[in-house]
Every structure is written in structure tokens, then in C-alpha cells.
Ligand binder design. Structure first.
Ligand code: ADP
Ligand code: MG
Length: 631
């Protein structure tokens, strides 16, 4: 024991021993070096704020209280030379029995769980402390000794002091304290001297306790350091747009204004205050305060989790903001909160509200929704891919480029509305980029029929499609799949246009087979081509092309299955090909180029630049045919 302890210890002090688990906790807190030691102040302020709240509550029913007119506040003062901090509140206070009970024993379950988690998560201790109701003891991360002097609000109660160094015992004695409330004196360890600086304390309070609803006065000047107004607890009508933006700026330090704020104030089924933001940009600013995803979770104005990740589904993790619920017990473990289903219920309420507001945005401000989609659409697609149970809920929020409307964004409903009466399938095509996909030979048939095709060129689209096989009663179908028999309607046969007679066309096919050999599964004619000479398709019953892409992303060595080369019987070029001898160089060059061009538009060419020398040869051959036009 230190000297100052001896000299200040009242004579009639009673010695108590901490409970076994408390000893273990104290041992962990004292003997480890934690980078986030500053949270001790948050914990003490949180207790003070609780005590003030409880006093306010007691006032509702009890008239006979000590100092009824004292301001409800928290005062913090420093003695730098002595390395002392003193924190006082005018809250409900504690009687002697309460002090012994509250500061000597801990709710058993909380303590045990804390110890278990603390053993595994040494680095995260500061985050854990608050969640396990062992908050008060965190003061021993910074304290050499602590004295708590408290006087209950009950008029006849006497003041009591509690003293401990963090070792096995604590002392309790009667004390002199005229006013109601609790005073906590902390003698800082030498290595914690930084906390005897006003500027440091001010910084910690602003960071962790800015929205505590009682004023916190600091130092001799009694400057109020916390902002107090919990804007999320204010009714929507009373908050100006600029205030919402300003709060977002303080919360995130983002320069970009938020795209939208979502302010939720509700009493049922849970009491929840939430102020959520859709950021203006997907990318976090360089100076962003928010280093991780997750929402700030408050309970009774006390920050209990800086980055609560369980409050929204993962695919809405781009949302920033604050959630505050009185129904969330501060002094139980996270596991217990989850066990009671509290977090799940909160999550349901919050994500429901987010979806409602997005729907509203899409309807009332399509331009803004477009910005939202361009910044955050990828997250929703990820949701469709990874959360099959929620996919259907997300479908209405998806937007697509299409073959007929490549410049704008269409919803699935837009698409379905534009479908003709005979069409019952939603067509899509997966490609590498928005420009080249429009040149895909797979679109030929649909262009001539005036049928719209969704164009998917985002790498995540292939994954999204795994969770999007049907919208309303319409199946989704990849137009790159060989058309099954029943779909080949009479309209498909452009008989009169055929440039190559059936007999000759068989010959063309034969020549391609000869030349390409093993490289293709088959060569055949197709009535699905108009602008294009050829295309590659998968045999029926093979893996969907987008799944092949998924495999290609996931496995480096994945080999794309061999394809069928389909030729356009109406192609003048193919008909001309028959005029060449199969052994001629030009004949070979043309077939090679047709095949490789098909690979190229499919995004499958292993060496796109490799076709340049052949194109050169083809140009030379073409030019050689013509006599010089000028002398
Ligand atoms: P928790 O706040 O989660 O209950 P703590 O370890 O932070 O756990 O505090 C233990 C208990 O000590 C509190 O529940 C409260 O009863 C009592 N206590 C702590 N600080 C104060 C205070 N300033 N005024 C009154 N009671 C307090
Ligand atoms: Mg506490």
C-alpha cells in the first residue's frame, strides 16, 4: 500500500475481500498494457450518467430527497502535480451497503463471461469492458488507487467511502460528504500521467461521451465539454437538413455530404432512435473517422459499441450512423443480448426502415437513386448472391443496363412492363464491358425481334445471378445458351434471305470442322445470327456461362469447356468462302479469324493482341486483289 493510502485511510475502516472473479478481472486490468486505456473515463462517465438518470427517475415518485435543487451534472477536475483526477456526479449516490455490493461483487454471469472473452481477446479489452458490466474496474488500468465517496439521495443516509488499490481487498469507512452523489478520486499511475491533462480529457470526452445527456464540466473554468444534444433523439420536425449534414460531418469527418439521412424514432416494438446515413460516395475519405464498418451503438446515451456490425445485414454495411435503444441493457454481455433476440429485432427494424426509405428515394428522386445505385449497387448485388433468404427483398432495388436502353438504368419491373405478351422469360447476357457486350452476336436474334436483354458487365453480376433465377413468375435466361428446340419459332427462319444454299452451307461447315478440329465441340448453322457471321455457344445442358465465369474468378486453372461454333447461313462472306480452295492461305486465315473473333467477343481469347498479325495478312491479301486506283 502506498503512503498516501495510509495517511488518508479513516480509522474505523472495514476491510473486505473482492470476490474471486473480481480479483481475476482486476489482475487482468492492472497487469496488462492496453492501448485503449482511455475508455476508463467513458465507463466512469457512463456510471455517473446512469446514476443521474436513476436520480431523475426517483424524483418522479419520491419527494423526500437530498438536495432536490442541485443541478444534475458531472464535474471533472485535475491536479496535475499530484496526478489526480476527480469525477463527481450529483446522481443517486450509494449507501454503505450499496457500495459494498456494487463495487465489491459483480453480476456473476457477466464476470465469468468477461474473463472467458478477455482471455481470448487481450487486444480488444477496451471494447469488451463496457459490454460486460465490469466497467467500473477499468479504472484500474490507469489508477494506482481509487477512492469513491458517495452519499445516497435518501435524506438520512450517511456518506461512505470505498478505497482500493486493485489488490485483493478494499476498505469501506464512513466519510464526510455533504452533497448528494458520488465522487471518485483517482491517483494515476506514473505511466498514465497523460490523463492528468485537461486537453487529453476533453478529447476523450468529445470522442466517447459527447452525447451524454447531462453536462460534463471540466476543470477550474467549469467549461462544458460535451455537446449533449443527441440529435437522433430529437423529433424529425425539429432538425434542419444542415444539422443532419453537420452531425454526419462530425461523425465521419467526410467532406462529401451524405446522399440521404434516415431518421427513425419509434417506441414499438422496441424503443429505438436511429440516425443513419447513406454516404455520398462509396469510397471512404482519407480523413474519415470511421475506420471500420458498423454503426455506433448507444444505450441510454452511452456508447457501447463504436462499430456495431450486427445491426444491419452485411450488404448494407456502407451505411453510417448511430443507433440508440433504451431497451438494450448496458450491463449484459453481447451474447446475452443476442440470445434475447434483441439485436436481431433491432436489425429487422433498422433494415426494414432502410428499405422503405430506399423505395421512397427510387420513386420520388430517381436521379438521386441512380447515384445511389452507381455508388452502392454492388453491395445489393452481393446481398442477392450471399443472402438467398433476403434476395427477393432486394430484387426491386436492382438496376440494369439493357440492350434496348443501354444508357439508362431499368428496374426488373421496368423490364417486365416492356415485355411483349408472348414473352415470359427475362433474357440476359453476361459480358466484360458495357461497350463490347452490345456487339455480342448473342444479341442478334433479340435485336431483330425487338426483344430486350439485360446486359450484365460487372464482375459481381455472375455471382448475383446465382441468387436471381426468377423474378415474379419470369425465369431468367442467358441468351448465350443454345436455343432449345421449342423456342425456335417460325419467325426464326429467314428462308428467303439465306445466301448459302443448304447443300453449300453443309460444305462450309465441313471446311470449318476440318480447319478447327479439336478446338471446337462442333460446327453448325444457326438461325439466331443476323449481323454476325459466327458465335460460340455452350452445348445444351452445360454449365451456365455466368457460372463458368464464377469458376474462372475463383479458380485460376479453371478451363472453360469447349464450345460449339455456330455460323450464319445468311452470311455473304461464308458464301464467298466457297470460292476459295480449302488449301489456300486466305481460306485458312479467314476461318481462323472468324473463330478467334468469336472468342474475342466472348471474352475468352487468351491472347487478344495475337490476332493483329493475321489481320495484317488479311488486309494485304484484300489489297492485292485490287489494281492500283491512282497512277
Ligand atoms: P454497470 O455500470 O454495467 O452496472 P459498473 O462496473 O460500471 O457496471 O458499475 C457497477 C455498479 O456500481 C453500477 O451498477 C452502480 O450500481 C454502481 N455505481 C458505479 N458508479 C456509480 C455512481 N457514480 N453512482 C452511483 N452508483 C454507481
Ligand atoms: Mg458501468
Amino acid at each position: 500500500m502506498t503512503e498516501s493510502n495510509e495517511s488518508t485511510k479513516p480509522e474505523e475502516a472495514q476491510q473486505y475481500s473482492f470476490k474471486a472473479e473480481t480479483k481475476q478481472i482486476l489482475n487482468i486490468l492492472i497487469h496488462s498494457l492496453y492501448k485503449d486505456r482511455e475508455v476508463f473515463l467513458r465507463e466512469l462517465i457512463s456510471n455517473a450518467s446512469d446514476a443521474l438518470n436513476r436520480f431523475r427517475f426517483a424524483m418522479l415518485t419520491e419527494r423526500n430527497v437530498l438536495d432536490p435543487d442541485t443541478e444534475l451534472c458531472i464535474r471533472l477536475s485535475i491536479n496535475k502535480e499530484e496526478r489526480m483526477i476527480t469525477l463527481q456526479d450529483s446522481g443517486i449516490g450509494m449507501t454503505k451497503d450499496e457500495i459494498v455490493e456494487n463495487l465489491g461483487t459483480i453480476a456473476q454471469s457477466g464476470a465469468r463471461e468477461f474473463l472467458e472473452v478477455a482471455r481470448e481477446q487481450q487486444d480488444n479489452l477496451a471494447q469488451i469492458i463496457g459490454q460486460f458490466g465490469v466497467g467500473f474496474y477499468s479504472v484500474f488500468m490507469v489508477a494506482e488507487w481509487v477512492r469513491v465517496t458517495s452519499r445516497s439521495y435518501k435524506p438520512r443516509a450517511k456518506a461512505t467511502s470505498w478505497f482500493a488499490t486493485g489488490e485483493d481487498n478494499f476498505q469501506v469507512a464512513s466519510a464526510d460528504k455533504a452533497e448528494r452523489g458520488t465522487k471518485i478520486e483517482i491517483k494515476l499511475k506514473e505511466e498514465a500521467a497523460e490523463f492528468a491533462e485537461e486537453s487529453r480529457l476533453r478529447e476523450i470526452i468529445r470522442k466517447h461521451s459527447d452525447f451524454v445527456s447531462f453536462p460534463i464540466y471540466l476543470g477550474e473554468s467549469e467549461e462544458q465539454v460535451n455537446q449533449r444534444t443527441a440529435i437522433w433523439r430529437t423529433s424529425r420536425q425539429e432538425v434542419e437538413d444542415e444539422q443532419y449534414d453537420e452531425f454526419y460531418r462530425q461523425l465521419t469527418l467526410e467532406l462529401e455530404k451524405p446522399l440521404k439521412h434516415i431518421h427513425l424514432v419509434t417506441d414499438a416494438p422496441l424503443q429505438v432512435y436511429a440516425l443513419l446515413y447513406i454516404p455520398g460516395k462509396e469510397e471512404r475519405g482519407l480523413l474519415s473517422l470511421r475506420k471500420e464498418d458498423g454503426l455506433k451503438l448507444y444505450s441510454r446515451n452511452i456508447l457501447i459499441d463504436e462499430y456495431a456490425k450486427d445491426l444491419l445485414p452485411e450488404y448494407l454495411r456502407f451505411i453510417q450512423g448511430v443507433v440508440d435503444s433504451e431497451d438494450l441493457p448496458l450491463n449484459v454481455s453481447r451474447e446475452t443480448v443476442q440470445a434475447t433476440g434483441m439485436m436481431a429485432r433491432l436489425k429487422k427494424i433498422l433494415s426494414g426502415q432502410v428499405f422503405r426509405e430506399l423505395e421512397d428515394l427510387a420513386q420520388k428522386d430517381p436521379e438521386k437513386y441512380r447515384v445511389f445505385w452507381q455508388e452502392f449497387g454492388g453491395y445489393l448485388k452481393q446481398g442477392v448472391a450471399t443472402q438467398p433468404a433476403e434476395a427477393e427483398k432486394i430484387y426491386p432495388f436492382l438496376r440494369f443496363r439493357t440492350s434496348l436502353n443501354p444508357e439508362s438504368w431499368s428496374s426488373l419491373d421496368d423490364y417486365v412492363e416492356r415485355m411483349s405478351a408472348e414473352q415470359n422469360v427475362i433474357h440476359y447476357l453476361v459480358g466484360d464491358d458495357p461497350k463490347s457486350i452490345l456487339r455480342s452476336p448473342h444479341l442478334d436474334y433479340y435485336q431483330t425481334q425487338g426483344m430486350e436483354v439485360l446486359l450484365l458487365t460487372d464482375p459481381i453480376d455472375s455471382f448475383m445471378l446465382m441468387g436471381l433465377r426468377k423474378y415474379k413468375e419470369h425465369e431468367l435466361k442467358n441468351v448465350a445458351l443454345a436455343a432449345p428446340e421449342e423456342e425456335k419459332t417460325k419467325k426464326d427462319e429467314p428462308e428467303e434471305e439465306k445466301k448459302v444454299s443448304t447443300e453449300n452451307f453443309d460444305q462450309v461447315i465441313e471446311r470449318f470442322k476440318q480447319q478447327l478440329g479439336e478446338r471446337v465441340l462442333d460446327v453448325r448453322g444457326s438461325n439466331r445470327l443476323s449481323r454476325s457471321v459466327a458465335r460460340l455457344v455452350d452445348p445444351e445442358g452445360s454449365l451456365n456461362p455466368e457460372l463458368q465465369r464464377v469458376y474462372r474468378y475463383l479458380e485460376k486453372d479453371y478451363e472453360i469447356p469447349k464450345k460449339i461454333l455456330e455460323l450464319n447461313p445468311a452470311s455473304q462472306m461464308l458464301s464467298n468462302l466457297l470460292g476459295l480452295k480449302p488449301e489456300s492461305d486466305l481460306h485458312k486465315l479467314v476461318i481462323e479469324q472468324i473463330y478467334e473473333s468469336a472468342l474475342l467477343v466472348e471474352g475468352l481469347h487468351p491472347d487478344p493482341a495475337g490476332i493483329v498479325p493475321r489481320i495484317q495478312e488479311l488486309m494485304e491479301a484484300a489489297l492485292a486483289k485490287y489494281p492500283p486506283e491512282v497512277e
